[in-house]
Every structure is written in C-alpha cells, then in structure tokens.
Write a protein of this length. Sequence first.
Length: 297
Amino acid sequence: MNTRADAPSAARDATSFALALWQLTKPGVTRLVLVTCWLGAALADGPLQLRPALLTLLGTVLVVASANALNMVLEQEVDGRMQRTKDRPLPSGRLTRDVALPFGVALGVLGLLILYFFVNPLTTLLGAVSLFTYVLWYTPLKAKSSLALYVGAVPGAMPPVLGYTGVSGHLNFQAIALFLLMFVWQVPHFLAITIFRRDDYAAAGLQVMSVEQGIARTRVAIVISAFLAALTSLVPAWAGLGGSVYPWVAVISGAAFAFWAWFGQSGRAVEVWARTVFFASLPYIVLLFTVLAVCAA
C-alpha cells in the first residue's frame, strides 16, 4: 500500500468536496446578503453594537446559505437542464442529495439557533419565515407561475431587516422602509435576468415572465418597476434615515437608473440592454445602502 502516493489524492478529494459544499451555498448571493445585513445593523437606532451585529450576521449568513443549498437540492433536475447551472455540485455529480440535504438542513438549524440564543426571538422568527418562504414556497412556485418573483423577493428583502432587528430588537417603520427598498429593487433586477437568460429558463421549464408572457411585456415591466424602485428609494428618507444627503442621492441615482431602463433600449439588442440594466442595478442598491449607513454613522 503506497500511502505517500495516496495522500495527495486524498487531499485533492477533500479539497474538491469542501469546494462543492461551498458552491452549494451560492457564495455570490451570500456576499450581497453580508453587505445589506451589515448595513441594516448599522442603521438600527442608537450606536452600533458590535457583538449582536456580528452574531446576527453569522446567523443570517447561515440561514441564507441553508436556503440556497436546499434550493439546489430541490432543483437538481432543473439545474441540470440549464446551461448556466448544469455544472453546480448536484447536477454535475460532485455531491449527492444524501450529503447536500443534511448539510443544508444543518446550516439552517445552526443559523436559527444562533439567532435565537444569541440575538433575539424576533430576528429568529423573521429568519425562519425567510428560510421557509424561499425553500417551500418560492422554489416550487417557479415552475408554475412568474408570480414566484414576488414571493422570492420577500426573503430577498429580509437581510437588512434582520440586521436592523438583530441590533435594535424591534421592528419599526425604518426597518420596513429598508424591506420595501430591497423588495421593489429586486423586480427590475430579476426581470432583466429573465430576458438575457430566457432560453435557459425555458429549457428548464421555469415560468419566468419573459417565458410566460413574452419579452415585450417583460421590457415594459422592467421600465415600470425601475421607476417604482426609484420612488421607493425615498421611503427610507420619509422614515427618518439618511439625513439631508440621502434624499438627493436617492433622487439622482434613482432617476439615472429608471431613465436608463427606459432610454437604454434604443439601438441595442434586447439581451444587451437587459444585461446593462442588471449590472447597473447592483451598484445602485449598494450605493443607496452605503449612503444610508454613512449618514447614520
């Protein structure tokens, strides 16, 4: 038995296995959650309390990672039919459901336990609602109706609220304003994806708007929802967040985003335009939350 020759192979297998588990949590999605949850904590009333903020961040990230992992378990066959997702750990065969399912459940249980014992019951309840909404409602609804977008936007808008309640211990109009900001922003953001990845969604049998109602209606919906996102970005100012600076930033950046969604269509292929809307939406939301946090410091 050549143990020296086997050691590098075992190390590679262990590294590959760890990487597959990491990919199961959708780290790209989790990064945005980290940012918005932390900024929500920074916006809570009073000075930032580091210990509850960090524990809230840890619990929230684990809950989100659990939701992503369980989503992949439920959508293994769907992911295998999509060009973008066919190399994910489950459809590629790098992980099995027997491993992924208990891993996802363990992440969720651990995250909720951290929120319950080290943060507060309210944040735990909101985290549980987010987890179960995403896994048990949003995920199966995607194959039936494009309305799944609005269901999925609920857990998607929850991280800044979890950050806020984790530090403050209560839910108020300011926390709701952060929720509304994230909720409405997700609509044009995701609708844009459904246009430039329409063929993938159709092949997978997912009923996104561009598949269910066509690209023309989806374009109109993107423009309308981009203007609604710009208007909703003013709600935090109404709730007393952001001081005198934030409303100006919200108006200028919101107008730029909305008008790009409207005028950016001219002279461009629809897929190219949709990609620009998608990529413009990311710095837009980060800018809004960053200005809110800086003005609260």
